[in-house]
Design a protein around this ligand. Structure first.
Ligand SMILES: [Zn+2]
Length: 347
């Protein structure tokens, strides 16, 4: 079964606009943005054994049964990323892919809990600094990183924070995130490290309300003081929460294909973002782990167009991503001018 309205055709004009419009992406994981063939290549290079005899078999394993199955594959993929050069390679591919879609600025997650023991921190930070420089010089793309704690290894949380602080001083990292399995690892477990991160002046965000219901989002808001919520789609189950999100305009980083592929959203239902937008919640559109979910940022907008979102609504979602980003006001002014110029041309 395919995603509802996925096969609906849309006008060539809308298709072209969505590809060409300047975009911001604020919820995408570097490791998850690495395609199956690249992971396979890294596995061979680093002599990591994957539970598949051929590349085709490995690619076939990307048909996920649910979130836990996805996480198993994601963790296997991260094990193949062994050297600083691997990360440089992944970053180059990521930048080329974002440039292809006219993504002008991205805030990218790193699964920091898995990086800590692999290489000296300063070497990793140098690679990301180089990636930022290359993004600017070669593609004119703004780039920064938000390392996250893997929830199922909470004992890594302070080491992740130290890593972030070191990278912040090098101008590479801007905040702290929380990823991994939501069930069994509620936000409350991380209240201490989030408090310290905020005290240190870092931005804080958290995945919540993807696999677990509204209580997880309330926890991320009240206990972690998250400035943005990753996914948050389960807030549709709690009218009070919807009201709170609409009133505060705390942005949700919505990733439609990810939700369908991991069965967070039933395939025969329109995505929850319709209800969220109608309730006045500030939503942004993102691709999460694009090649793992056979998507990219543009395809996320295309899917919403097929599910009935108008051009004006899609454009507003795109503007929301710019405003919800952690760019400085001066940088936002610069990007807004670019956005306005595109919009004026398309009117
Ligand atoms: Zn995510």
């Amino acid at each position: 079964m395919t995603i509802i309205y996925e096969n609906t055709s849309i006008s060539p004009e809308i298709n072209k606009r969505l590809w060409e419009m300047p975009k911001v992406e604020i919820h995408v994981h570097l490791e998850g943005a690495t395609d199956a063939a690249t992971v396979w290549k890294l596995a061979k290079r680093n002599k990591v054994t994957l539970p598949a005899a051929t590349l085709e078999e490995w690619q076939g394993m990307y048909a996920f049964r649910d979130f836990d199955h996805f996480l198993d594959i994601y963790l296997l993929a991260t094990q193949c990323m062994q050297t600083v050069d691997d990360f440089a390679f992944m970053l180059n591919r990521f930048l080329a892919e974002q440039a292809r879609q006219n993504v002008r600025y991205c805030e990218v997650f790193l699964s920091a809990s898995f990086i800590l023991d692999k290489f000296p921190q300063d070497e990793v930070i140098a690679v990301f600094a180089e990636g930022i420089k290359r993004g600017k010089e070669k593609y004119d793309i703004g780039l920064c990183f938000i390392p996250d704690i893997a929830r199922h290894i909470p004992e890594t949380r302070y080491r992740v924070l130290d890593f972030i602080l070191e990278g912040r001083d090098a101008g590479v990292f801007i905040g702290l995130g929380l990823g991994g399995p939501e069930a069994g690892y509620p936000p409350e477990l991380f209240a201490d490290v989030y408090e310290e991160a905020r005290r240190q002046g870092l931005h804080v965000v958290a995945h919540a309300g993807e696999v677990v219901g509204p209580e997880s989002i309330w926890g991320a808001l009240n206990k972690l003081k998250a400035e943005r919520i990753g996914h948050g789609v389960r807030s549709v189950d709690d009218p009070k929460l919807l009201e709170y999100l609409a009133e505060t305009q705390i942005p949700l980083e919505v990733c439609p294909h990810s939700n369908y592929r991991l069965k967070v959203t039933p395939l025969d239902e329109p995505h929850q973002i319709r209800k969220l937008v109608d309730a006045g919640v500030c939503c942004t559109v993102n691709s999460d782990d694009p090649p793992m979910f056979s998507t990219d940022l543009t395809s996320e907008y295309l899917l919403l167009a097929k599910q009935g979102f108008s051009w004006i609504e899609l454009w507003q979602l795109n503007r929301n991503a710019l405003e919800a980003s952690f760019l400085s006001e001066a940088e936002k002014v610069k990007y807004r001018a670019e956005w306005d110029a595109f919009y004026a041309m398309e009117k």
